[in-house]
Design a protein around this ligand. Structure first.
Ligand SMILES: [Zn+2]
Length: 574
């Protein structure tokens, strides 16, 4: 077997050029994002080396406004399922929904161990319990710092700080060097749990040789450093001290560090903490058991106990920071929540940033809360929220530590990816070593270059809450038409044996609002079209349905520029 000395390209900027690597018959390495490239959400990336394949994260995203009736969006797993016999492991960086939320849709279709930290496993397990038979799922729990072999690759978990415990960057070792996934990260110098990003290890990994950096780019347009999570306590403390009555704090139920700060403030200020919202309550119970939350004695009470205390001694943690209609806070704002009613004097703190697209529904909730007499504190001068994602200087620091040869910004929209490219260029990375990936792109690393090959199948799979059958583009287009222009049903009575129409066409409308005469005109035109049918055509119900729908659609769109869904019904008699 020929053995050659491999040298990195001459324009390698940093240390790699001096590090020859022994190799023989190197396999092609492919990095394929199925989600999360050019978008924020549904993170899911495949890394392949030769015959072996691993997956990093299996996330979901939330629907856009035009996704009528869609509850969640997951990646198109076609390519992964076609290659599932090669799959050696699913690696999870952390337990946020945009990294693990699509597992319940993928796992019934393939069997593969989930490799992750204890906290991630506990969160994923509790979510999967709601959605599928958890017994079928195998977890391999690792400590941050551990390395796991997966076929011909290995994956090292490296501690980073983020807004959920035990987030890990992943160093995937391939024959071409390390493919490094930052995961969602920030470089918080004072995290609430005291567990810092493992900067020393990042630097060692950089020295070893990172061929490709897959980097979080969400906050690349924010100059400077992100606010440390521990600074949030000051803002929350001020709000609690100034509140005349109860304080309700809404946040993501996975933000355990934020919860810890609320418990600490409660203990300091002599308040009790309760919680509402199933997900919030489940997470608190789980974190208590596994000791991710240190709850001071006698501070946590049940929601039905809050009436026993003066309102100035109560803090309530609640779900609903994104205006989710079924969440506890949203129901309270509509006065539909029996366990707790908003009263004048309550202070509601939004300790979370709006996911883009949710702003409208959040403001509607806020307005309803004001109408009920509450004071609402949003993010502003008082720090009541800190982002979990690196700002510009932290991203630079990460690049500096891991010294990648190629860079691909992900976990960002095209505007973030472009800003990241500019940043990398300004740091001296040549243009051809920065890849702006889209979902489905196949980024190939071979002996001496990287290139994007023909894409694999990718896209959005739209799921509504009633089941696992995806909502197709046609259904979505129909929902859009129904939403805009309603539906017009035209029925025709037909004697199929003779090919004769036995009555006048009739119309029913729902949600359509055109000028009064337009439906009559449409029916007249339908009559004309039917009269012109050949006898053989008039005996064919399908043909009749088609010409009726086409004619009505033509007339309505010409008369009033509307495009309602047209349903043509042929009532057959013999
Ligand atoms: Zn995250």
């Amino acid at each position: 077997m020929p053995i050659r000395i491999r040298t990195w390209k001459a324009d390698c900027p940093l240390h790699l050029a001096s590090k020859p690597v022994l190799w023989h018959h190197m396999s092609l390495v492919k990095v394929i994002p199925l989600g999360g490239a050019g978008e924020i959400g549904k993170n899911c990336t495949i890394v392949e080396q030769g015959d072996d394949l691993i997956v990093v994260d299996v996330g979901l995203s939330f629907p856009h406004e035009e996704h009528y009736g869609v509850d969640i969006v997951i990646p198109d797993f076609t390519y992964l399922l076609e290659n599932k016999h090669r799959l050696k492991g699913i690696f999870l960086t952390h337990a946020h929904e945009d990294h693990v939320g699509a597992l319940s849709f993928l796992l019934p279709q393939l069997k593969c161990p989930l490799v992750c930290t204890q906290f991630t496993a506990a969160m994923v397990r509790s979510k999967l319990e709601e959605r599928m038979h958890i017994k079928d799922v195998e977890f391999q729990i690792v400590q941050p710092g551990a390395t796991v072999q997966a076929g011909n690759m290995s994956v090292e978990f490296v501690r980073v700080t983020h807004s959920i415990p035990e987030t890990c960057a992943l160093a995937v070792r391939t024959e071409h060097g390390i493919v490094f996934f930052t995961a969602d990260f920030k470089l918080d110098p004072a995290p609430v749990d005291g567990i810092l990003t493992d900067m020393a290890r990042l630097a060692e990994i950089g020295d070893e040789g990172v061929v490709l950096l897959m980097s979080d780019s969400t906050n690349v347009d924010q100059p400077g450093w992100s606010l440390s999570e521990s600074r949030v306590i000051e803002g929350l403390r001020t709000v609690v001290n100034e509140a005349p009555g109860r304080v309700l704090v809404t946040m993501f139920s996975s933000n355990v560090h934020r919860m810890q700060q609320v418990f600490d403030i409660a203990a300091e200020t002599g308040r009790k903490v309760s919680s509402t919202g199933r997900r919030m309550e489940t997470t608190i119970d789980m974190c208590r058991q596994l000791k991710y939350l240190r709850i001071p004695e006698n501070v946590y009470i049940r929601i039905d106990e809050i009436g026993r205390y003066p309102s100035k001694e109560i803090i309530v943690l609640t779900t609903g920071s994104q205006g989710e209609p079924m969440a506890a806070l949203s129901k309270m704002s509509r006065q539909e929540y029996s366990r707790l009613q908003i009263v004048p004097g309550d202070t509601v703190v939004y300790s979370a940033r709006a996911i883009p697209g949710n702003e409208g529904v959040i403001w509607r909730t806020v307005n309803r809360l004001y109408k009920l007499g509450a004071n609402v504190i949003m993010e502003g001068d008082t720090p009541i929220h800190a982002s979990g994602h690196a700002y510009q200087e932290e991203i630079k620091e990460m690049i500096d530590l891991v010294k990648p040869y190629y860079i691909a910004p992900v976990h960002g929209e095209p505007r973030h990816q472009t800003a990241y490219r500019q940043l990398a260029l300004s740091l001296g990375w040549p243009d051809h070593r920065i890849f702006t990936l889209s979902n489905g792109d196949v980024l190939c690393l071979d002996d001496d270059k990287a290139y994007i090959d023909k894409p694999v199948v990718s896209g959005d799979v739209l799921i509504d809450q009633h089941g696992n059958v995806p909502v197709t583009d046609i259904v979505l287009a129909q929902r859009s038409s129904l939403g805009h222009d309603g539906v017009v049903v035209i029925s025709v009575a037909l004697d199929t044996k003779r090919g004769e129409f036995t009555g006048k066409p009739e119309a029913q409308i729902r949600g359509f609002s055109g000028p009064g005469s337009v439906i009559e005109d449409a029916l007249d035109d339908v009559c004309d079209v039917l009269a012109k049918l050949l006898p053989s055509e008039a005996k064919n119900a399908d043909k009749v349905r088609q010409v009726v729908a086409e004619s009505a659609s033509r007339t309505i769109s010409r008369r009033c520029q509307q495009r309602p869904v047209i349903v043509s019904v042929v009532v057959e008699s013999e």
